[in-house]
Design a binder for this molecule. Structure first.
Ligand code: ADP
Ligand code: ADP
Length: 229
């Protein structure tokens, strides 16, 4: 579980004025447990590719499989997703936000609470479950959002510029935290950023994309010695 296979994928957005080729003939393989970063300038199709891997958008052509099966719709058991904005419900506590996907699936209250607490512990927020989002810092809100993405223990975690809105110090702390979580859980991670520095800091593999049309232009194995906590 956790392998991602993208084969000859294209995405065309039809607008009233023109057809935008967001992605053209994109193929890639991610092996289970790898930390892969998609990097490239704005508009090269990084978010579009991630959304398709998440089942949030269907490709115009080609195929995508996660753990060997297509992903016709979002499935938090198979794929966790974290966006740039933590997008937590402000009226729910941290643990209620993390529990939310489980509540949707009818998991019992006590089971939900236990799993949310495990997930919050994993992201370093033990003891913060009763706080509301406005009582948490930006980095802590992103931790809650990561906990929500991981609460159903999916083999794959997809992240779209998750730290871009944070200040540099927090971003670096969160980068190290993410590497710790990744090491502890063995998830396959696909992480989108426009920062090459962040890509090289975090990745096992860097996939470089270029725009108009969005394409993969390089796929690098990173072998620099770097912190692994
Ligand atoms: P990135 O994440 O690398 O910045 P995106 O995936 O957001 O790139 O966008 C890729 C291309 O597709 C861009 O040219 C963008 O303008 C276009 N695009 C993305 N979403 C839509 C949409 N819903 N409708 C029309 N064009 C879109
Ligand atoms: P930007 O793209 O916003 O200009 P950079 O990517 O140049 O920022 O990052 C600034 C500094 O922060 C660099 O020294 C880089 O090594 C470090 N850095 C960036 N992202 C991370 C991260 N997620 N974790 C740890 N360090 C990071």
């Amino acid at each position: 579980a956790g392998a991602i296979e993208v084969r000859n994928v294209g995405q065309i957005f039809k607008t009233t004025t023109q057809d935008v080729v967001a992605l053209e003939d994109v193929s890639l393989d991610v092996k289970p447990g790898r930390f892969v970063v998609l990097v490239g300038p704005s508009g090269c199709g990084k978010s579009t590719l991630l959304m398709m891997m998440a089942g949030l958008r269907q490709q115009t052509s080609g195929t995508i499989t996660i753990s060997g099966a297509p992903i016709p719709e979002p499935d938090p058991n198979r794929v966790g997703v974290v966006f740039q904005e933590a997008s937590l419900f402000p009226w729910l506590t941290a643990e209620e936000n993390v529990e939310f996907p489980l509540a949707l699936r009818g998991v019992t209250k006590s089971d939900r609470r236990a799993r949310a607490q495990d997930a919050l512990k994993l992201v370093g927020l033990d003891g913060f479950g009763k706080r509301h989002p406005h009582e948490l810092s930006g980095g802590m809100k992103q931790r809650v959002s990561i906990a929500r993405g991981l609460v159903q223990d999916p083999p794959v975690l997809l992240m779209d510029e998750p730290f871009a809105a944070l200040d540099e110090q927090t971003r670096m702390t969160m980068g190290d935290e993410l590497l710790r979580i990744w090491t502890a859980t063995g998830k396959t991670v696909v992480f989108v950023t426009h920062s090459l520095t962040e890509a090289v800091y975090l990745a096992d593999e860097v996939i470089v994309m270029s725009p108009r049309p969005g394409r993969i232009v390089d796929h690098l194995q990173v072998s620099l010695p770097r912190p692994r906590t």
